[in-house]
Design a protein around this ligand. Structure first.
Ligand SMILES: Cc1cc2nc3c(=O)[nH]c(=O)nc-3n(C[C@H](O)[C@H](O)[C@H](O)COP(=O)(O)OP(=O)(O)OC[C@H]3O[C@@H](n4cnc5c(N)ncnc54)[C@H](O)[C@@H]3O)c2cc1C
Length: 388
């Protein structure tokens, strides 16, 4: 008996999660003649979010997707990086221009805008909003999936691109522990006149952080503070909570606090990352935050999610339904070292930026003063130059 071998448009692929990784993967696959189904839990994408610094590792993928011009229309170039202390004293400024000359520009884009740009790369009929999976049953060479609307379908491959709290991961890999990094954060828009276009400014306090990120013609603020895991953040108490947490910080922080008005329009979440030894199980694979969430303070999770999507798309064009698991192994071997290295570096950076002890924070500030332009460039060089 001969088995039917499916490839290209005939390969039945389900992408769970229409975020950064899922839409990138689906867009690249459609471009290559596939027609993956995408299910997205939220009924509509909405505008709440935060700014992403999109490095060439991620933005170059938009060139291949024919969407680079749309990125430029929605983003601001990351030209200068300034670190200030708790009181607003300037510690160091870095010019991002030489890295841009060597490797390409980094852009600052509001996450919902990037999702909009990516959504244009897939066919409307392939995306089902307000839908997720409730069951995933793997057989020897197929996966049966049940959706929240009660429908079922059979696939050759299921991709979990459903973010850090992945349902696919729960259903297929069992309970996997996220690592909480004692941080919680808020994002919202502030008056653009607080910063200059192209300039990122971050205030580093003891266990507190306030960053300003120009994007398009607007200015986004991101605040982070040490907090116990799951500390409640009810909308009606949010403004008081944030003001109390940051009220002794100087520099631009009082102006930022004065800009908060509608707490329901503020994005909020606790910060976790995720290290997993396995990203595949049979015909199910995890990409992006679902398999390798990186701390937000690393500023690279979206670029890494897009990179993983690009590598997986590449491997899927060179396999078929029979040899799919080999293709997934190739995907893992191409991503493992790169992801692990970036994740470790991001953890180190996160603990450095968010150090809680006041004395250690002062020492950190002193070391930032002496952290040269060359060292900053060196820090990013292997991330920017690694082959993927
Ligand atoms: C405050 C903050 C700042 C950050 N800053 C940066 C930065 O500057 N640069 C950077 O590169 N990265 C940054 N990151 C990280 C970046 O946002 C993530 O790494 C990136 O969004 C991961 O993409 P993803 O597609 O894997 O997950 P997500 O972007 O989270 O997308 C997951 C999608 O799946 C959907 N979904 C969830 N559950 C289900 C389900 N059960 N079924 C179907 N769909 C589901 C979600 O609605 C969402 O659309 C930051 C993160 C945070 C929180």
């Amino acid at each position: 008996m001969t088995t039917t071998i499916r490839y290209g448009n005939d390969m039945r692929i389900l992408v769970v999660g229409g975020g950064i990784a899922g839409l990138t993967l689906a867009g690249l696959l459609e471009q290559r003649g596939f027609s993956p189904d995408v299910v997205e839990k939220s009924s509509n994408y909405g505008g709440l979010g935060y700014t992403l610094s999109l490095w060439p590792a991620g933005s170059n993928i938009l060139k291949g997707l024919g969407k680079y011009d749309e990125l430029l229309d929605n983003a601001d170039q990351f030209e200068e990086y300034h670190v200030l202390d708790h009181d607003g004293t300037h510690l160091h400024g870095y010019d991002m221009g030489s890295l841009a000359d060597e490797y390409g520009e980094t852009y600052l884009i509001w996450r919902p805008n990037l999702v909009d740009v990516l959504q244009e790369t897939i066919s409307e009929e392939n995306l089902r909003m307000g839908t997720t999976v409730t069951e995933i049953d793997q057989h020897s060479d197929e996966v049966d999936v049940t959706f929240t609307d009660g429908t079922t379908a059979t696939y050759d491959l299921v991709v979990g691109a459903d973010g850090i709290h992945s349902k696919v991961r729960d259903l297929v890999f069992g309970e996997v522990e996220l690592t909480y990094h004692d941080m919680t954060g808020w994002a919202f828009w502030v008056d653009p006149s607080l910063a200059t276009s192209g300039e990122v400014q971050e205030h580093w306090g003891a266990g507190r952080f306030a960053g300003l990120y120009p994007t398009e013609d607007k200015l986004a603020c991101f605040l982070a503070a040490t907090a116990p895991e799951g500390a409640p953040d009810p909308v009606d108490e949010r403004l008081d909570r944030v003001r109390e947490t940051f009220d002794d910080m100087g520099g631009l922080v009082p102006d930022i606090l004065g800009e908060m008005d509608d707490p329901a329009e503020m994005w909020h979440d606790d910060f976790y990352d995720l290290h997993m030894d396995e990203w595949t199980k049979g015909r199910v694979v995890l990409i992006g935050d679902a398999g390798h969430a990186i701390l937000p303070t690393g500023g690279v999770g979206a670029s890494m999610a897009m990179e993983s999507a690009a590598v997986l798309a590449d491997e899927l064009t060179r396999t078929d339904s029979k040899y799919l698991e080999q293709g997934l192994e190739h995907y893992v071997s191409r991503r493992r070292d790169r992801v692990d290295t970036v994740q470790k570096k991001s953890r180190r950076l996160g603990s450095f930026v968010m150090v809680q002890n006041h004395l250690l924070a002062e020492l950190r500030d002193k070391s930032v003063k002496f952290y040269s332009q060359e060292r900053m460039e060196e820090y990013f060089r292997d991330f920017l130059s690694s082959k993927i």
